[in-house]
Design a protein around this ligand. Structure first.
Ligand SMILES: Cc1cc2nc3c(=O)[nH]c(=O)nc-3n(C[C@H](O)[C@H](O)[C@H](O)COP(=O)(O)O)c2cc1C
Length: 164
């Protein structure tokens, strides 16, 4: 059975909703695919090695991917190096207003792993600007959740069809 691994971190809930939307759409699109939704702090090298494709989802914090997402990559990078080249991946970032640098960081790591980007990175901006808004629980809108779902479904179907 093929496996899509979705690894995510969230602090105020936005990225978790995005990852869940991608997961649910992937499951609906491809019931025969194993779709795993893991928190970044749970993700181990064995999870990375066992998957056929990846969706990485993180908030952008201080112009970087979230620290726990970085910790996941730090924990798994060398164990998976030279073992997962050519596998497909995509990235989702939940940001207040930017998100580009978190995308760049993940793309750089994925390049090291020799993964194949199969979709443009998806950035959802929550428009949180004040400290109060930034620390408040997030609700991602239906349109953005639909974009996350489309990405999850596309990854799932591409994997099952052997597109990559
Ligand atoms: C410490 C901290 C730093 C942040 N830095 C950025 C940033 O550099 N760029 C940005 O667009 N948003 C930034 N944000 C906003 C978050 O990306 C935004 O609130 C997002 O919704 C967080 O995702 P989450 O709800 O999954 O935790 C920051 C938030 C926090 C708490």
């Amino acid at each position: 059975m093929k496996t899509l691994l979705i690894v995510h971190h969230t602090m105020t809930g936005g990225t978790a909703q995005m990852a869940r939307a991608a997961h649910d759409a992937a499951v609906a699109a491809e019931p025969a695919l194993c779709v795993r939704l893991l928190r970044a702090d749970e993700g181990q090298p064995a999870d990375v090695l066992a998957a056929d494709g990846y969706l990485f989802a993180t908030p952008e914090n201080l112009a970087a991917m979230a620290g726990l997402m970085k910790d996941f990559f730090d924990r798994c990078y060398y164990a998976a190096l030279e073992c997962i080249g050519g596998r497909p991946y995509a990235t989702m970032v939940c940001a207040g207003s930017d998100g580009a640098n978190a995308v760049r960081q993940i793309e750089r790591i994925a390049t090291g792993w020799r993964l194949k980007a199969v979709a443009p990175a998806l950035i959802v901006c929550t428009r949180a600007q004040t400290p109060e808004a930034i620390l408040a629980p997030k609700t991602i809108g239906a349109e953005d959740l639909a974009r996350c779902g489309e990405l999850g479904a596309a990854l799932a179907s591409g994997l099952m069809l052997g597109l990559w």
